[in-house]
Design a protein around this ligand. Structure first.
Ligand code: COA
Length: 257
């Protein structure tokens, strides 16, 4: 893995954070979370940055947490780079835009809940396979999804863990617009450019006003989800799920209680 698995570029006051590990479908390792958290902290402080844009590679947004990293993690998850990344993005004060093409799995989808504008290519597939992996929802998704779409639709995404297409994601309120895959990044960039021209303090105050009623609840859900997630990472169900993924077979949970 190289330092270039996350590529950041600053252009016209837009900081692009690009997942760039296509051989592993842009799965995120601890090192990549750390780089993204650092980039966000710098962006927060820098007057040169007015907007952040998340993007992936040609046919993949992000396949979520790296499976091997899942099990290799030691120490408290609350101190891990993934938690630092989540806490930084959840309270980021400047507008965040995402351009989603291909799979957006796990945190590849839950990070979108912390973006302000999300554009998807026609082939985008969003999926929250936490339960299928023997873990539980993270990054405030257990709190935000039922409020965005209602309990039964959120339960369908979280408990069944099946992928949904871009159009369904748009109908559910997770995505602003769906365009042909080849156009999604240009559209997201165009919206980011428009945001970068807006009055910056007004943008920050307006974003804060839209989110402030949820601040306490978001912080609480992020923490309690990580409590459970951290515990489940040491449990037997994820061992079976990751072994099954590596062996390219379906997990067998029939012997678990
Ligand atoms: N962690 C580690 N490696 C991953 C990965 C992940 N999250 N997602 C994909 N990869 C790897 C595969 O193991 C494979 O590696 P290999 O070529 O060494 O065998 C490579 O990326 C390509 O993946 P593959 O599954 O063959 O691509 P695909 O186009 O058929 O499917 C996905 C793409 C994203 C739908 C599929 O890889 C997937 O479901 N990944 C797991 C997603 C997941 O559960 N993430 C955790 C969420 S909490």
């Amino acid at each position: 893995m190289s330092a270039q698995n996350i590529v950041t570029t600053l252009n016209e006051r837009i900081l692009t954070i690009r997942f760039n590990r296509p051989e592993k479908k842009n799965a995120i390792t601890s090192a990549m979370y750390a780089q993204m958290a650092d980039a966000l902290l710098e962006a927060e402080a820098s007057p040169e940055v007015r907007v952040v844009l998340f993007a992936g590679t040609a046919d993949t947004f992000c396949s979520g947490n790296d499976m091997q990293d899942f099990l290799a993690a030691s120490g408290s998850i609350h101190d891990a780079p993934v938690a630092r990344f989540m806490r930084t993005l959840a309270v980021f004060t400047k507008p965040v835009v995402a351009a989603v093409n291909g799979p957006a799995v796990g945190i590849g989808t839950t990070l979108l809940l912390h973006c302000d504008l999300v554009y998807a290519g026609e082939g985008a597939r969003l999926q929250l396979p936490f339960v299928s992996l023997g873990v539980c929802p993270e990054f405030c998704s257990s709190y935000l999804l039922p409020r965005i779409m209602g309990h039964v639709k959120a339960a369908e995404l979280i408990l069944l863990g099946e992928a949904i297409g871009a159009q369904k994601a748009c109908e559910l309120g997770l995505v602003n617009a769906v365009v042909p895959a080849a156009e999604v990044e240009a559209l997201a960039l165009q919206k980011a450019q428009r945001l970068a021209q807006q009055a910056p303090a007004s943008l920050r105050v307006s974003k804060m006003l839209m989110k402030r009623f949820n601040d306490t609840a978001l912080n609480a859900s992020l923490t309690v989800e990580l409590d459970y997630f951290g515990e489940m990472l040491r449990g037997p169900e994820i061992q079976e799920a990751v072994a099954a993924f590596m062996q390219k077979r379906k997990p067998d949970f029939s012997g678990f209680n």
